[in-house]
Design a protein around this ligand. Structure first.
Ligand code: GLY
Length: 260
């Protein structure tokens, strides 16, 4: 029996647009190198494919600088998908351009219609529940609208809080298996993972928390050797991808794909 929280047959990605260098960011740490980002993105897609999954690669959208971060556009569950309503105004048009691809994959597709907002980066689906962190991009009304949809399908949803000054809930955590979470100490300290087995990122390596478990691999950003070693010691098979350019616009491993 497969575990839908980390065993996937499909992923959707979108090639970075040249406009990605103008992507949203909390602080300016330099302009992303587009050529390097293309190389990194290709390595990411190849790693997803290495697991045997089918990857649907969508073309770049120049009018949406952050559109490479497809995770924010939808929530893909086993038996339904929900199109999100991004809280960042410059990203709201991305969803309509993702909808056709999602509808081709699912019979049941719902939409967050508003007035609330919700971005996929704030949602962690574990083996037992859907955790949603309220953030600057995801508000209570968005969470309430999503709750009404997913509970009809038998999912349990729990509202938690993304740490202040952190873009998305999953900036600080990832699912490693149905019951194990990789998290920063600051997020775990909030108590939101009580009852789960939690592995912490090493001190100074908080940016390693945004990883993905995708079939046999944990795919994580390169450059976090202590966290990578800790994960290996815990039996996980690691693939490291350079993320220096996406990191300049607050993006990481989970942001780059929808997985189902
Ligand atoms: N640059 C990623 C985001 O802010 O949505």
């Amino acid at each position: 029996m497969t575990n839908p929280s980390f065993e996937f047959a499909h992923a959707i990605t979108r090639k970075p647009a040249k406009s990605v260098i103008a992507g949203l960011r909390a602080e300016d740490t330099g302009t992303p190198d587009f050529a390097q980002m293309e190389v990194d993105h290709a390595a990411y897609v190849a790693t997803l494919r290495e697991t045997g999954a089918t990857v649907i690669e969508l073309p770049a959208l120049e009018e949406f600088p952050d559109s490479v971060f497809v995770e924010d556009d939808a929530l893909c569950l086993k038996d339904l998908a929900i199109l999100m309503r991004p809280g960042a105004p410059s990203r709201s048009g991305e969803v309509a351009l993702m909808a056709e691809t999602i509808r081709a994959q699912y019979d049941d597709v719902f939409e967050i219609k508003g007035p609330g907002f919700i971005e996929g980066g704030d949602i962690l689906t574990t083996g037992r529940e859907i955790l949603i962190g309220k953030s600057a991009r995801t508000d209570a009304a968005g969470v309430a609208e999503l709750r009404a949809i997913v509970t009809t399908f038998g999912y349990s949803l729990r509202e938690v809080q993304t740490p202040a000054d952190v873009l998305h809930f999953k900036t600080d955590c990832s699912l490693l298996d149905g019951e194990t979470i990789l998290a920063t100490k600051r997020l775990d300290a909030s108590g939101c993972f009580e009852g789960y087995r939690v592995l912490h990122t090493a001190d100074g390596e908080e940016a390693a928390a945004n990883a993905i478990r995708f079939n046999q691999f944990v795919i994580m950003a390169a450059g976090f050797p202590k966290t990578a070693e800790m994960l290996r010691r815990n039996g996980f098979v690691i693939r490291e991808i350079n993320n220096t350019e996406c990191a300049k616009i607050d993006g990481g491993m989970s942001c780059l794909s929808l997985r189902f």
